[in-house]
Design a protein. Structure first.
Lengths: 452, 339
C-alpha cells in the first residue's frame, strides 16, 4: 500500500454514461465570478416551518418572544421533518400561515432582527468529532436542522440513519450543479473547500462508507482544483469524479449510475444500492453543525438573471424575502418571471414576498425576451423526448395517457419514476407541457394509492 | 393568501417548469425538411423542366388550400403556419410522374390533406403518410396516367445499341423477366452512375439518388431524422436483394441497382422518416426501417407491381403503434427484464 497521504488527489472520469440528457444554455457566467457576500439584514424575516421535505416543523415560539441567533423556533414534527432555528436575534412579531415557494400556506415565524446577532450556544462545538459516538453525531445533525441543500431538502439525519439491513459503501458528494444559471455550490467549493471536505469526512465517518466520490461537472475546473487542494491529505478510496457537463448529471439516480453503474430500483432509494448522495452545501452545513455548533440558519443563494443589475451569490438568512434578495443585487424593474431555483426545475413565483428556505439554491429573474407564450400542439412523435429522458420513459406516450386521464395506464408506464427534470419538455418541438402532465399524473396516482 | 397577492403591485408569470426551451419547433423542423428538399427540387426541374415546376406548384398550392379549408370547416385557426401542408405538397409532387395531368395532382392533394390527415384530427394524428396515401390512391384510380413516363434512352443492352423505352428501370426489368427475357440493360457501374445522378425514368423526385442523399444528409445533420430508419431500410434492401440475386443472378436485379431505382432513396430519407407515422423509440425506428426494406424487396421481386416502396411504408405505418409498444425502452431501475 503506498502512502496515500502525500499522493496527489485522484481525479477520475465518470466510468458510466447515464442515459438521455440535454445541453441547455448554462448562463453560469452571469454569477460565477461573483464572490460570496452577505447582504444587509432585512427588516423582517419570515421563516417558514416547511424548510425541508416532510412534515412542517411545529412552531415553539409565540408573538412577542425574544429570540437569539440559533434559538429553536420550530421543532421537527416526526422523523422525516427538521428543526428550524432563528437566523438572527430579535423579537417574534407574529406566527402566521404564509405562502411558501411551493404555493402552500404554511405556518411561518416572523422575526424582527435587532441587528445585534447575539448567539445562543445550545449546541456545543464538537471539535473532537472522531471521538463522538455516531448516534450522537446524527443527533447533532438532526438538532441543527440540517436538510439537503441541493433542492429537495430531505432531512439529512434520515439519510444518515439507514435501516440496519442496508450497508452504505459509497458516499457521493454532489457538486455537479447541473442546473443552468446556478453557481452557489460552485462558489462554496471555490471559497470554502476545507469546510466542505471536513463535512464530507464527518459524513463518511457516520456512514462508515468505504468509497467517497466528489462529483463535479467538468465545466468547473476551478472548483475541481480547489477541492483537490483541500483533499490533499485524504486517505482511503477517495476521488473526485469529473462528470461530463450534461443536464441532469446532478440528479441523484443519474449521478449514482454514472459513478457506480448501479441503478436505484424503481420506487427505491439510493441506500437500496448502498449509496448516499449529499450536496456539497449539506456537507458544509454538517461541518458547521458539528464543528462549530452552528445550526443551519442561512444559505448561499445565487441571485441571477439577465434583467438583474448585479447578479451575485448571496449568503442570506433563512426567511429573507425574494424582493430583499433582488434589491441586494441591485434590483431590477423588468422581471417578468421569478423562479425559485434554476430554469429546469425551479418553481415560478407569483409574488416576490415569498421567503428563502434551506433549499433556495437560486433565485432567477427572467425578462420578457426569455419568457414566451407557446401554444401547445399535438405530439408529432418525433421521439426527442424519448431520447432526452434520463429515466428511459416514453414521455410522448405518457402525456397522451395523462391527457386522456388514464392514470392506471400511466402508472403501468412508470409515470411514478419521472424525476421531473424537464428534459422532455425542453426538447419538445410541439411545446407540449410534458412535465406538467407528469406532475398531474403523479399526484393522481399518489392520491389513488393513499385511498387504498 | 389573497392578502399577500393583493399587496403585490403586479404578479409574475407562473407556469410549470422547465422555464427554458431548446428553441425547437414544429415549424422549424418543417422548414428544415423544405430546405432538405431543395436539391431534389433543383434536380426535378433540371431533369423534367416545366412539368416539375407545374406539379410542385399545383400540389403545394392545393395542399395548403385544402389544409386551410379543412381547419376552417372544423372551426380551428385556419393558419397553416406549421408548414406541414407545404411539405406534404412537395412530397406528393415528388411522387408523381412528370406528365400527370394537373387535375389529378389536385385530386391527390385533396386526398392527402383532407382524407389522410385532417379526418384523423390534423397534424400529429394521421396514422399513415398523407403523401403516400395520395400516391397510392392515384395509382389505383389512374393506373395508366400514374405509370406513363417520358421516353428514356437506356445504355446499350449487350448489342452495343442504345434503346428507347418508356418504362422505369424497375418496370422494364419486371416485364422483361415476366416475358422470359434477360435483364434489359447493363448492370455495370456506368448504369449505376447514370441512375444515381438521375438519368432514368420515374417520378420527378425519386430519380436522382444524388440529390436525395444531399437532402438526407442535411436532415441527419440537423437531427430532423435519426439515422436508424434510412440505415436499416437501405441496409435490409441491400442484404435481402444480395441474397436473392446470389441465388438467381440472371432473374434478379443486382443490389446496387435496387438501391438507386424506383422510390427507394426518396422513401428511405423523406417518406419513411415522417415523424408522425413512424416509431418514437430508436429501436422501433430500426425495426420500422428493416420492415420497410424487407417488404419493399418482397413486393419488387414477387409482387404484382414493379415497385413496392409506397406499399411497404404504408404497411409499416399501420404497425407503428405496435412497434412503439414492443420497443419501449427499459425504464431506469426496473431490472433487465421488461416490466
Amino acid at each position: 500500500m503506498p502512502n496515500l497521504k502525500f499522493c496527489k488527489m485522484k481525479i477520475i472520469k465518470a466510468p458510466y454514461k447515464s442515459w438521455g440528457g440535454i445541453h441547455p444554455r448554462y448562463h453560469k457566467d452571469l454569477a460565477a465570478d461573483r464572490a460570496l457576500r452577505e447582504m444587509p439584514l432585512p427588516e423582517l424575516l419570515q421563516i417558514s416551518m416547511s424548510q425541508h421535505l416532510g412534515a412542517p416543523a411545529k412552531p415553539v415560539v409565540k408573538k412577542g418572544d425574544s429570540v437569539m441567533q440559533g434559538t429553536l423556533i420550530g421543532e421537527a414534527a416526526g422523523f422525516i421533518s427538521a428543526n428550524v432555528h432563528s437566523p438572527v436575534s430579535g423579537v417574534v412579531k407574529d406566527v402566521v400561515p404564509a405562502i411558501t415557494l411551493t404555493g402552500a400556506m404554511i405556518d411561518s415565524v416572523v422575526i424582527e432582527p435587532d441587528g445585534e446577532d447575539k448567539r445562543v450556544n445550545d449546541l456545543a462545538p464538537l471539535a473532537d468529532w472522531q471521538a463522538v459516538a455516531k448516534k450522537d453525531l446524527i443527533a447533532r445533525v438532526a438538532a441543527a436542522g440540517v436538510a439537503g441543500m441541493g433542492g429537495a431538502g430531505f432531512p439529512t439525519h434520515v439519510k444518515l440513519s439507514p435501516p440496519p439491513d442496508k450497508t452504505i459503501d459509497t458516499l457521493i458528494i454532489n457538486g455537479a450543479e447541473c442546473e443552468p444559471y446556478l453557481t452557489a455550490d460552485y462558489r462554496l467549493m471555490l471559497e470554502s473547500p476545507e469546510r466542505v471536505w471536513l463535512g464530507v469526512s464527518i459524513l463518511r465517518h457516520i456512514l462508515g462508507a468505504k468509497t467517497v466520490r466528489i462529483a463535479i461537472e467538468d465545466n468547473k475546473p476551478e472548483a475541481i482544483r480547489a477541492m483537490e487542494q483541500a483533499m490533499r491529505n485524504a486517505d482511503g478510496d477517495v476521488a473526485i469524479v469529473e462528470l461530463a457537463t450534461e443536464y441532469p448529471q446532478g440528479a441523484e439516480k443519474q449521478q449514482i449510475f454514472a459513478i457506480t453503474g448501479r441503478e436505484v430500483p424503481s420506487g427505491g432509494l439510493p441506500m437500496d444500492v448502498g449509496a448516499v448522495v449529499e450536496n456539497v452545501g449539506t456537507a458544509a452545513a454538517v461541518f458547521d453543525a458539528v464543528f462549530e455548533g452552528m445550526p443551519l440558519i442561512r444559505r448561499i443563494t445565487t441571485v441571477t438573471g439577465l434583467p438583474l443589475n448585479a447578479p451575485g451569490n448571496i449568503i442570506a438568512p433563512l426567511g429573507t424575502s425574494y424582493r430583499a434578495l433582488i434589491e441586494a443585487c441591485g434590483g431590477c424593474a423588468d422581471t417578468v418571471k421569478l423562479i425559485s431555483g434554476g430554469p429546469m426545475m425551479g418553481i415560478a413565483q407569483a409574488i416576490d414576498t415569498v421567503t428563502t428556505t434551506k433549499t433556495t439554491s437560486g433565485l432567477l429573474a427572467l425578462g420578457a425576451p426569455d419568457v414566451s407564450l407557446y401554444e401547445s400542439m399535438p405530439c408529432i412523435s418525433c421521439g426527442r423526448c424519448v431520447d432526452a429522458c434520463p429515466m428511459n420513459l416514453v414521455p410522448s406516450e405518457l402525456s397522451q395517457y395523462l391527457e386522456a386521464e388514464d392514470y392506471e395506464g400511466a402508472e403501468e408506464l412508470h409515470v411514478m419514476d419521472c424525476i421531473e427534470c424537464g428534459c422532455c419538455a425542453f426538447s419538445c418541438p410541439a411545446h407540449r407541457p410534458l412535465v406538467q402532465h407528469m406532475r398531474q399524473g403523479k399526484a393522481r396516482v399518489m392520491l389513488k394509492r393513499k385511498k387504498k | 393568501m389573497a392578502e399577500a397577492i393583493d399587496k403585490q403591485d403586479h404578479l409574475f408569470v407562473v407556469s410549470s417548469s422547465p422555464h427554458t426551451h431548446s428553441g425547437a419547433s414544429v415549424k422549424a423542423i418543417m422548414l428544415d425538411v423544405i430546405i432538405a428538399m431543395l436539391p431534389l427540387t433543383g434536380a426535378a426541374i433540371y431533369l423534367f423542366g416545366w412539368n416539375a415546376i407545374r406539379l410542385l406548384l399545383v400540389c403545394v398550392i392545393s395542399c395548403v388550400a385544402t389544409e386551410a379549408a379543412c381547419r376552417k370547416a372544423m372551426g380551428r385557426n385556419a393558419g397553416i403556419d406549421d408548414l406541414s401542408a407545404v411539405v406534404t405538397g412537395m412530397l406528393l409532387a415528388f411522387n408523381l410522374p412528370p406528365a400527370l395531368p394537373s387535375w389529378m395532382a389536385v385530386t391527390g392533394s385533396v386526398i392527402a390533406i383532407a382524407l389522410a390527415k385532417q379526418v384523423f384530427g390534423g397534424i400529429g394524428y394521421n396514422p399513415f403518410n398523407p403523401a403516400l396515401i395520395a400516391r397510392v390512391a392515384l395509382l389505383i384510380s389512374f393506373p395508366v396516367a400514374m405509370t406513363t413516363w417520358s421516353p428514356w434512352i437506356m445504355a446499350a443492352p449487350a448489342a452495343g445499341i442504345d434503346a428507347l423505352t418508356s418504362a422505369t428501370p424497375l418496370g422494364a426489368f419486371k416485364s422483361a423477366i415476366d416475358f422470359g427475357q434477360t435483364v434489359p440493360y447493363l448492370t455495370n457501374s456506368t448504369t449505376f452512375m447514370q441512375f444515381f445522378v438521375g438519368h432514368q425514368n420515374g417520378c420527378i423526385g425519386e430519380v436522382s439518388s444524388l440529390a436525395i442523399l444531399l437532402g438526407g444528409l442535411y436532415l441527419l445533420f440537423r437531427r430532423c431524422i435519426s439515422w436508424q430508419i434510412p440505415a436499416f431500410y437501405l441496409g435490409s434492401v441491400a442484404v435481402l436483394s444480395t441474397l436473392i440475386w446470389a441465388v438467381a443472378p440472371d432473374k434478379n436485379l443486382p443490389p446496387h441497382l435496387h438501391l438507386v431505382t424506383g422510390g427507394l432513396m426518396l422513401g428511405a430519407f423523406f417518406m419513411a422518416t415522417d415523424m408522425v407515422t413512424t416509431p418514437v423509440t430508436r429501436k422501433g425506428m430500426a425495426v420500422f426501417g428493416a420492415g420497410c426494406g424487407i417488404l419493399t424487396v418482397l413486393i419488387r421481386v414477387w409482387g404484382g407491381y414493379p415497385e413496392g416502396v409506397s406499399f411497404a411504408i404504408l404497411l409499416m405505418n399501420a404497425v407503428t403503434p405496435l412497434i412503439n409498444r414492443a420497443t419501449r425502452p427499459r425504464v431506469f431501475g426496473t431490472g433487465k427484464k421488461k416490466s
